[in-house]
Design a protein around this ligand. Structure first.
Ligand code: UD1
Ligand code: UDP
Length: 396
């Protein structure tokens, strides 16, 4: 604890940490690590896993590898339509809140687990703390956009990871000048960095040590393969988009004779297997395409760090392309991480074959040295966030 910052009496606080989807589990490791290192006397952490993701490689693998405490509660909600899934989460989270009576509830990102946590906690008057507040795609047909806006509205402390996110909050009426005591009606917004930058920097060295054999097992040469992930519902559930993306990527990889490694989300595999059977068979036969199960975070970092280029519709992977200084083609119409596009190192191509092709060829052929400015903080964002949470509970 930073003695200069805390002047009053600091009560021990109980923080309920809600996770559910893969990226939230990874994000929680940055917070858990900072609690263990700096705040173990001040904060105890209860982890609630909604069970939104449940396959071993979408969930358990991260608890083991990233040294996160096993969930104290797993609500086992699983997959379902948005309404059913979110309502089961709200019910489960409410029961845990009534039993545990935490001091505050910590939420990450924009999934249905985030929204369920925000609704359950705010209705029971627990302060909600939102990490990754203020991100906006300005596309409300995305389920995540609704989750973001509603979760921010239910929050007391909002940690915006970028300038753009902080500005979005101000333009929605959040006031940076608010003073304590902070409440849902008098929330506090902060410009922080990104806890995923903390994580990627922390785990990058470890990944090289612990997973030294991983790239050679996949027969990948450093600097000479492309990494792609696809999971966004707009791409997996719209079969013509999914077809365009995979046909284009397959032909580009084969023309350039470069390996394309694709750790695919189960949602994408299910769509390919059931609705694009022939194409899926061709992908499996192609000498240039390597479709694999989702990988662990350390393995993912190795893939990102050593590739030539990244192609993705993931929010997290877009940013990691920047952390590891790789050009990125984004298979979406818009992005919440707009600084990447403004920087010219990420290109929005939607699912348009010509745009994918042009950007792929440009990045492959370009000898320009690309710049990757530090948009995402100093690697100590989790500590900053925890300090500010503690200050909210400081008693004079
Ligand atoms: C969710 C988030 C999305 C996030 C992504 C991270 C919402 C609305 N979406 O999308 O913002 O980018 O997580 O990965 O919360 N499935 C499995 N096994 C699993 C998990 C899912 O097979 O362990 C399959 C099921 O068929 C399921 C489908 O994937 O129906 C979609 O899962 P779901 O959690 O609803 O949404 P994601 O696409 O994962
Ligand atoms: N990730 C991973 N293994 C994979 C694919 C992704 O560990 O096979 C990590 C990735 O490095 C990033 C996070 O999962 O930290 C991103 O999750 P995802 O793409 O599922 O969701 P999004 O960020 O789009 O919400």
């Amino acid at each position: 604890m930073d003695p200069d910052k805390i002047s009053g009496i600091m009560p021990h606080i109980k923080l309920l940490n809600i996770v559910g989807a893969r990226p939230q589990i990874i994000k929680a490791s940055a917070i858990s690590r900072a609690i263990r290192r700096y705040f173990s006397k001040d904060i105890s952490e209860i982890i609630v896993h909604t069970g939104q993701h449940y396959d071993k490689e979408m969930s358990e693998i991260f608890f083991d590898e990233l040294e996160i405490h096993k969930p104290h509660y797993n609500l086992g909600v699983g997959s379902a339509g948005h309404g059913r899934q979110t309502s089961m989460m709200i019910t489960g989270i409410e029961e845990v809140l009534l039993k545990e009576k935490p001091d505050c509830v910590l939420l990450y990102g924009d999934t249905n687990s985030t929204l369920a946590g925000a609704l359950a906690a705010s209705k029971l008057h627990y302060p909600v703390i939102h990490i990754e507040a203020g991100l906006r795609s300005f596309n409300k047909s995305m389920p995540e956009e609704l989750n973001r806006i509603m979760s921010d509205q239910a929050s007391t402390l909002l940690f915006a990871p970028t300038n753009a996110a902080f500005k979005n909050l101000m333009s929605e009426g959040f006031k940076p000048e608010n003073s304590p005591p902070f409440t849902i009606d008098n929330p506090k917004i902060y410009l922080t960095g990104d806890i995923m930058y903390d994580n990627s920097m922390f785990f990058a060295g470890l990944a090289e040590k612990k997973k030294a054999e991983f790239l050679s097992k996949l027969s990948l040469d450093r600097g000479n393969y492309v990494l792609a992930t696809i999971h966004r519902d707009t791409n997996t559930d719209d079969i013509s988009r999914l077809r365009e993306i995979f046909v284009t990527l397959k032909s580009l990889a084969e023309e350039r004779n470069i390996k394309l490694v694709m750790p695919l989300h189960p949602r994408t595999i299910i769509s390919l297997k059931t609705r694009l059977k022939e194409l899926y068979a061709q992908l499996l036969k192609s000498p240039c395409i390597n479709i694999i199960l989702p990988v662990s975070f350390l393995e993912m970092i190795l893939l990102e760090k050593n590739c030539k280029m990244i192609i993705t519709d993931s929010g997290g992977v877009q940013k990691e392309s920047h952390f590891f200084k790789k050009p990125c083609i984004v298979l979406r119409k818009e992005t919440e991480w707009i600084e990447l596009v403004n920087n010219g190192t990420a290109k929005l191509v939607d699912a348009d074959p010509m745009r994918i092709r042009n950007e792929f060829i440009n990045f492959m052929n370009s000898s320009d040295i690309l710049e990757y400015p530090g948009f995402y903080g100093d690697g100590k964002t989790a500590e900053f966030i925890l300090k500010e949470i503690l200050l909210m509970f400081e008693k004079e």
